[in-house]
Design a binder for this molecule. Structure first.
Ligand SMILES: [Fe+2]
Ligand SMILES: [Fe+2]
Length: 266
């Protein structure tokens, strides 16, 4: 099975480049399963039900998220729409699994693509982020109930050390551990010794002529003046950051991980 994982989709520029480039990426890399982090789809802050539906219509199978998931309040009702329907679009949008258990939404999705069963786990880190449950032990607990051999983990976290530690911790237990949240891709993709594909951060899918997606003048001003400001999405130099993971669907072991960064024209 070949999995495409797309890093944090940021605003309209991010959504548009996914729309434009996804068909050729799927064809060129013989992709079977598409997963994307959509936490910044709505002008950088959260995701609306409509935007989630639009991304699913492009062929994305599962959307993960992170700390921005509650930015658009209507997402709570969207999560409730999945109650009782295990494969609806609203059930295929995840929030981190290690949030308080009684919050709306789910942190794990198990589905099937052709003959292959797969699972996606969404986690959030705890270093320089809000105090959630332990993502390490949470994953152990979740894996007890997961039947699929192919399991992808999105660890949405700030600290590289926390993400690398989780990669080693889960080596041999899951197919891939991919990092999101910093919006800056790292060049450390590799398959760990026991068969888990790993990258510390996939990077952002959105405008790079800014500061992690936001207009650079606004963020520079924030650093210079420390005054409250309203963030606005940048628009230029749009790129799509992703990884392609090739795995043996019988064992769940990864064979390779390849990092991609494509612009609007190639
Ligand atoms: Fe993000
Ligand atoms: Fe984030």
């Amino acid at each position: 099975m070949r999995i495409l994982f797309i890093g944090d989709i940021f605003g309209r520029p991010g959504r548009n480049i996914v729309k434009d480039r996804l068909p050729s990426l799927v064809k060129d890399h013989s992709i079977d399963l598409i997963i994307a982090n959509g936490e910044n789809s709505a002008a950088g802050f959260g995701i609306t039900p409509q935007l989630a539906e639009e991304l699913f219509e492009l062929g994305i199978d599962v959307l993960t998220s992170g700390n921005h998931i509650w930015d658009k309040r209507e997402i709570v009702d969207f999560f409730h729409m999945a109650d009782g329907n295990p494969h609806s679009p609203s059930r295929r949008l995840l929030r981190p699994a290690n949030y308080a258990v009684d919050l709306p939404g789910h942190g794990v999705y198990e589905g099937r693509k052709g003959d292959v069963e797969y699972a996606v786990i969404n986690l959030q880190g705890r270093v320089f982020m809000s105090a959630n449950d332990d993502p390490f032990r949470k994953t152990d607990q979740l894996l007890k109930d997961i039947r699929s051999k192919v399991v992808l983990v999105d660890i949405h976290a700030e600290a590289t050390s926390e993400k690398i530690s989780l990669g080693w911790y889960l080596d041999g237990k899951v197919t891939a551990v991919v990092g999101t949240h910093t919006h800056v891709p790292t060049a450390d993709e590799r398959v760990l010794p026991n068969g888990t594909a790993y990258i510390t951060d996939v990077g952002m899918t959105g405008p790079f002529d800014g500061v992690i997606g936001v207009k650079k003048e606004i963020v520079m001003g924030k650093f210079l003046n420390n005054m409250p400001v309203r963030f606005e999405a940048a628009s230029g130099d749009v790129r799509l950051c992703a990884v392609v993971i090739d795995c043996d669907e019988k064992t769940g072991r990864a064979r390779s991980i390849e990092r991609l960064m494509v612009g609007e024209r190639g």
